[in-house]
Design a protein around this ligand. Structure first.
Ligand SMILES: Nc1ncnc2c1ncn2[C@@H]1O[C@H](COP(=O)(O)OP(=O)(O)OP(=O)(O)O)[C@@H](O)[C@H]1O
Length: 523
């Protein structure tokens, strides 16, 4: 006999099932029941669809919100704190860690839906048999509680995973930047081995998590089945429950226990993602706490017509006993080139960062034309300063893109003028001129050409102070002279501070200042 016929013919059923069928309304109600069944399945499918869409929206909004907040906090963080951070850790956090936060959010949404569905199932169960429902709830709660240690383990493994990812990022970032050195030292094998070791740690952490999660689910399934069997046995043995009650209860439990498993799985995944959320929030908190103060709306910094200097400036880095700068006084005439000399670690770059408005010292003032300017205005002062560092940084794109980065509204005539001033005439001879691609970090050009392009970009800002921090140190004599020629051409346009260890740049200086152990050497 077809199943529909059996279901619709209540007399063909055993008496209890017959009762159950009559409870549902008998033969006449079968059509509406089947329709309700199809509608329910459809509603469930729709609910799943909207759940997935909502989870994606929530996840993207929250994760991208966190990502932007972290990036904003880093961009506005005080240089002293920022320079003490390992940037590969920040890259790992902004890219990978935040994605794991996304997984945690997705699992929270799924867990929430499972809890709501379970509440619905529980409400239906209470209506049929409150005693059996309470027993099942107590048992289910106990099962969930007994898994708390597994969740703590998951949290620990999530923390381990974050550490491993940070190490992988550091390994790859440093390795890619040092490819030339790795090859020249013949360190390819050792470098690859280090990555293999980190990947093995990653694999091990992920494997442990998957194994413990999987075994947990097995234990949960067995526990749930045992619980169901116990409740049914109790119902038959002690409460003498009728099949009319028992059958729908079993159906509801069969629906409820997978939900319980889903909730435990979600709690486990959330615990696994929790260290990622903690790291993201801790970075944001640290960077926001060290935020550079906003400039008052009426803040102005005077223009330097005669000189730029420092008076009684001292600075000690966190964790250091000896000051990097100790009561430093220096005066840079705007029409002149000043060479700052001194042994390694004397504090030359620190002085450049302070006078350039990047670092706030512990004490002392900035002097513009002899007038003190508070360091709280350093952001405004910084817009009048440009740097050329030893390691040239060019952005991927064309020569034009790189120059416009400093001065977005400049026209081609101005761009070529800056290139000529910086002894970067070679661009005019190139077939694509300003549209020549610089390659990744300027690798289409030689070190000297890159440095001259960077000098041209620095001059696009029309600075009042130009700082060259060991800008020609890594260059051959010819390129060193080319940079010195360019700097000579700029003399008289702004104050120029050159940090050098000999070479052509030192020889063109109008005055020389020597720094020793953070103090100006007057000898
Ligand atoms: N971010 C930092 N945190 C802690 N200490 C720092 C930091 N930057 C520099 N120092 C320390 O401050 C001192 C001065 O460093 P600085 O880089 O200014 O010297 P320098 O004269 O420019 O050296 P070099 O010629 O080798 O570049 C050194 O002892 C250095 O170790």
């Amino acid at each position: 006999m077809p199943i529909v016929a059996v279901l619709s013919n209540t007399s063909a059923l055993p008496s209890s099932l017959g009762n159950f069928a009559s409870l549902l309304g008998g033969k006449d109600s079968l059509g509406p029941l089947l329709l309700a069944f199809v509608v329910l399945i459809g509603l469930r499918a729709l609910l799943n669809f909207y759940r997935a869409m909502a989870a994606l929206t929530v996840q993207r909004n929250l994760i991208d919100g966190l990502r932007i907040r972290a990036w904003h906090a880093l961009l506005h963080c005080d240089w002293r704190v920022l320079s003490g951070m390992r940037q590969s850790d920040n890259a790992s956090l902004l890219i990978t860690t935040l994605d794991r936060v996304g997984v945690g959010i997705d699992r929270s949404v799924s867990g929430g839906v499972a809890v709501i569905t379970l509440l619905g199932v529980g409400a239906a169960a209470v209506a049929i048999s409150p005693v059996m429902t309470v027993c099942a709830l107590i048992g289910g709660g106990a099962v969930l509680y007994s898994f708390r240690r597994l969740r703590l383990r998951a949290r620990m493994l999530g923390g381990e995973l974050n550490d491993v990812y940070e190490r992988i990022y550091a390994e790859l970032g440093e390795g890619l930047a040092a490819l030339r050195i790795i090859k020249s030292f013949g360190a390819e094998r050792a470098t690859e081995q280090r990555l293999r070791r980190e990947l093995a740690s990653l694999h091990s952490a992920e494997r442990t998590y998957t194994r413990e999660n999987g075994l947990g689910q097995v234990a949960l399934q067995v526990g749930s089945a045992g619980l169901l069997a116990l409740v049914v046995w109790l119902a038959l043995q002690f409460w003498k429950a009728d099949l009319v009650v028992l059958l729908p209860m079993i159906a509801l439990f069969a629906r409820g226990f997978p939900l319980l498993m889903a909730i435990q799985g979600c709690l486990q995944d959330i615990a696994y993602a929790r260290p990622s959320i903690d790291s993201a929030l801790s970075l944001i908190e640290r960077a926001e706490a060290a935020r550079e103060p906003d400039l008052p709306a009426d803040a102005t910094v005077p223009s330097a017509h005669h000189s730029i200097g420092l008076r009684d400036v001292s600075l000690t880095y966190a964790g250091r006993q000896v000051p990097a700068l100790d009561a430093v006084n220096i005066n840079l005439p705007v029409q002149q080139i000043t060479a700052l000399l001194g042994p390694s670690g004397a504090g030359k770059s620190t002085l450049a960062d302070v006078i350039g408005g990047l670092l706030r010292p512990d004490s002392g003032v900035l002097l513009i034309d002899g007038e003190p300017v508070d360091f709280s205005l350093r952001r405004a002062w910084r817009t009048r300063v440009t740097y050329v560092q030893q390691v040239p940084i060019l952005f991927t794109g064309t020569v034009r893109d790189n120059l416009l980065w400093a001065q977005p509204h400049a026209d081609d005539t101005e761009l070529y003028a800056a290139l000529r001033e910086a002894s970067a005439h070679f661009i005019e001879r190139m077939p694509d001129g300003l549209d020549t691609l610089v390659g990744e970090n300027g690798h289409q050009f030689s070190g000297g050409e890159r440095q001259r392009l960077i000098l041209a970009r620095a001059m696009m800002r029309v600075p009042q102070l130009l700082i060259l921090d060991e800008a020609a140190n890594a260059l051959d004599p010819e390129n060193d002279r080319a940079i010195a020629q360019a700097v000579l051409r700029l003399r008289g346009r702004c104050a120029i501070l050159v940090i050098a260890h000999g070479g052509a740049l030192e020889s063109i200086a109008d005055q020389t200042v020597r720094l020793e152990l953070g103090r100006i050497d007057r000898g």
